[in-house]
Design a binder for this molecule. Structure first.
Ligand code: KPL
Length: 312
């Protein structure tokens, strides 16, 4: 049977469902790869992916398959799982992944691309970053709450024409994906924002904007960003962190009413992305024998909270 699937999407959370529904509306043929038969059954019971935008809900009967049941070679894979779930989610697909498949990582945190390169050396790995605002209001139901933009790029040398084709393939109204030559800087700045906002909101159980209103928390935030700036200088990334504190404060303000993804994970008893956010930063610092006491303290506190909530 011919395989007309354009993009396989691994991770049916808010961003995975948002992309799946946009591609489906555009007449492409995406496929959701679900964890197990029970998830597939829940998906079928939901009737597909429901996208809510501007108060209107539309259900898209998108092709879905249990990851372990995929037989045709996978050539294009968009990964939208949480960073820490990536390797485990990918394992059942390993035999089906074309050796030179294109894999796009669209997730919070850093460190997964390096792990994939180690485990699957032939893959063409691209990284993407989005400011689209979306949240899951129920399983397979996503609210597209805020329009944003998305960039894609690759570390090191990569053929621009392939990247451009990939960006075009993943662009579907209203989602626009463009190629960036600066993806490492963009992801690093996003990491810094997440290192500062996410653990502090999770520890203090507050919305992003409240970080700015509590002087003792704001002091912690300043210390976290200062350490990131120091580490960035030691790593040779000085120009990646220009105006970093203002950016972090600006994001906390602009997303003031948001409950960060880390706070939501913790409150729902899910493992957070801390090991790929503050953990990634601390691993890089360790390799340079640089001390990051404020960031390390947040990492340790999150581990303790995860243990207390029973998910670690
Ligand atoms: O990316 C985010 C997250 O919650 O993961 C921020 C920017 C902090 C918005 O809430």
């Amino acid at each position: 049977m011919p395989d007309n699937i354009t993009w396989n999407i691994l991770g049916a959370g808010a961003i995975g469902c948002l992309w799946a529904s946009a591609l489906h509306s555009a007449g492409r043929q995406p496929r959701l790869l679900l964890r197990d038969p029970a998830s597939l059954q829940r998906y079928r019971a939901a009737g597909g992916v429901t996208l809510v935008r501007d108060g209107e809900a539309h259900t898209h009967a998108i092709d879905a398959s249990c990851a372990a049941a995929v037989t045709a070679p996978l050539r294009q894979l968009l990964i939208t799982t949480k960073a820490h779930q990536t390797l485990e989610a990918l394992a059942p697909l390993a035999a089906q992944l074309a050796p030179d498949a294109t894999v796009v990582l669209l997730q919070n945190g850093l460190g997964v691309a390096e792990q994939l390169r180690q485990h699957y050396p032939g893959l063409r790995i691209y990284q993407a970053s989005t400011t689209e605002g979306a949240y899951r209001s129920a399983p397979f139901r996503v609210v597209h709450a805020g329009r944003g933009s998305t960039v894609i790029g690759a570390a090191g040398n990569s053929e621009r024409s392939q990247l451009a084709a990939c960006a075009a393939g993943l662009s579907a109204p209203p989602l626009a994906v463009s190629v960036s030559d600066d993806i490492e800087r963009i992801l690093w700045r996003k990491l810094a924002v997440n290192c500062a906002i996410n653990p502090l909101t999770a520890i203090h159980r507050c919305c992003n904007g409240e970080l700015l209103e509590r002087p003792e928390v704001l002091e912690e935030l300043h210390a976290v960003v200062e350490e990131i700036v120091c580490l960035s200088k030691a790593l040779g990334y000085s120009d990646w962190v220009e105006g970093m504190l203002d950016t972090v404060l600006g994001v906390a303000h602009a997303t003031g009413a948001n409950r960060s993804s880390m706070l939501q994970d913790l409150e729902s008893g899910r493992l957070t992305e801390i090991d790929y956010i503050s953990g990634h930063l601390c691993r890089l610092a360790d390799a340079k024998s640089i001390d990051l006491p404020a960031n390390r303290a947040l990492l340790d506190q999150l581990h303790t909270l995860e243990t207390l909530s029973g998910c670690r």
